[in-house]
Design a protein around this ligand. Structure first.
Ligand SMILES: [Zn+2]
Length: 426
């Protein structure tokens, strides 16, 4: 075993035990990590040094979460407009970093860089939530994800039969998605709710009976309780909703006992704000995130662009990780093809997320045969536009007319929601 693996196991152990610490101990851990991150960002990241200087804030002014509010919030748009040297820590400029494509759930793809250590910790935070819900070392997990996210090689432990993961690309045809279940016989299925819902419908259409999953982990889209029940009935297993993002990995998760989601306060700081002020429990606020393990490219008071409701309920399960009541992320539509087939929003996310030149996008289905794609980009080539058109045509069929329009800005819906896929076909 290499030294970094021993360190990883130690970190995994610490993270595992943290969940059972008292909330005051966890708060201490959180604030200690915050002080370290702020000093690091001020010393080695030009953007944060300038931001704090212009606000007249020194690292020593920030001793805890209340001091953190002295730093102005940062939007994705601000970070996207800056060169890498401004936002990546000088300490890691010569190191190999891990790039995570944030899903582009706002229709706005964004690459976040992590140190190897931080990226491993992010994975551990997923493992903590999954094992807390009953995942064991011998379980086989089937993951539905964008093909750009499928790793090219397996880690050593999977060769020993530990925490085995199998992948099916969400861009794959419905048949391939269903066959994934029959082929791998997974005990755990994981994917965005959009994909899981489509999968459950595909399984129903084929009258397949023998699906024996024990756990379904879903994330990424907002899911109605009736759809949740439907997925559970068809795919079997207990449903667990996860709130996470490419910028922070897992942020909050259900444990199966408590009303709401445990917030990983030993990994992140979450604020719920309205007009810049904390909202009271039970009221919806905009989520602002500080990722305490974002040393390569710090994210401090980052506008997550989701809404969430804080909770003042005490956990029933004995964990010290506090609860949030609910969150509302993306509420994208499915695109309904003339054949009646539904294409989940995650298909479009998989197409657009890897395209770095595209700042923002939205797919609008005007009618069964007509789709308009809006793109905000200053440098996308006509060749790339043709490629997008072809990728969409291949999936949606030749009978659907696709027009791509370059625009300066994509506005939020009047409801204030962000939607990347909007269908006017009901
Ligand atoms: Zn709990």
């Amino acid at each position: 075993m290499y030294p970094h693996e021993i360190l990883s196991l130690y970190n995994l152990y610490k993270l595992w035990t943290n969940q059972w610490r008292s909330s005051s101990e966890l708060k201490q851990i959180q604030e200690e990590k915050l002080r370290r991150l702020i000093h690091h960002a001020y010393r080695s990241v030009p953007y944060y040094r300038k931001l704090m200087d212009s606000a007249g804030v020194k690292p020593q002014d920030i001793q805890g979460t209340s001091g953190l509010k002295l730093i102005p919030t940062t939007s994705k748009k601000t970070l996207l407009a800056l060169p890498k040297e401004e936002i990546v820590s000088e300490d890691f400029k010569n190191e190999r970093l891990v790039t995570i494509q944030s899903s582009g759930s706002t229709g706005c793809p964004f690459s976040v860089l992590f140190t190897r250590q931080d990226s491993r910790l992010t994975w551990f935070s997923f493992l903590r939530a999954f094992t807390a819900n009953g995942l064991n070392l011998w379980d086989k997990t089937l993951i539905y994800t964008g093909s750009f996210r499928i790793p090219s090689k397996k880690p050593w432990f999977e060769h020993l039969g530990i925490l085995r993961r199998y992948y099916v690309a969400i861009e794959a045809e419905a048949d391939a998605r269903v066959e994934g279940i029959l082929r791998f016989n997974p005990s755990v299925i994981q994917g965005t709710w959009g994909v899981l819902l489509a999968l459950a419908k595909e399984v129903t259409g084929r009258s397949i009976k023998d699906i024996r999953t024990k756990l379904i982990f879903g994330y990424g889209d907002t899911i109605a309780s009736s759809e949740r029940k439907f997925i559970g009935d068809i795919l079997g297993g207990r449903i667990v909703d996860i709130y996470g993002s490419g910028e922070a990995g897992i942020i909050a998760w259900e444990c199966g006992h408590c009303p709401g989601y445990h917030i990983n306060i030993d990994m992140v700081i979450i604020e719920f704000l309205k007009d810049g002020q904390d909202v009271s429990p039970g009221t919806a606020g905009e989520i602002v995130l500080t990722n305490l393990h974002s040393y390569a490219m710090p994210l401090i008071r980052y506008e997550q662009q989701d809404m969430g409701i804080r909770s003042d309920k005490k956990p029933l399960c004995g964990r010290g990780l506090p609860l949030m009541k609910s969150f509302e992320g993306r509420t994208d539509d499915f695109v309904i093809l003339p054949t009646g087939k539904a294409v989940p929003p995650s298909f479009f996310i998989a197409v657009f997320t890897p395209l770095k030149d595209i700042f923002q996008w939205r797919v609008v289905q005007e009618s069964a045969h007509k789709i308009k794609v809006l793109i905000v980009s200053s440098k996308v080539s006509s060749e790339k536009i043709r490629n997008i058109e072809n990728a969409l045509k291949e999936k949606l069929g030749a009978e659907v007319e696709i027009t791509i329009e370059l625009v300066d800005e994509i506005k939020k819906d009047p409801s204030g929601k962000r939607r990347a896929v909007v269908s006017k076909v009901k």
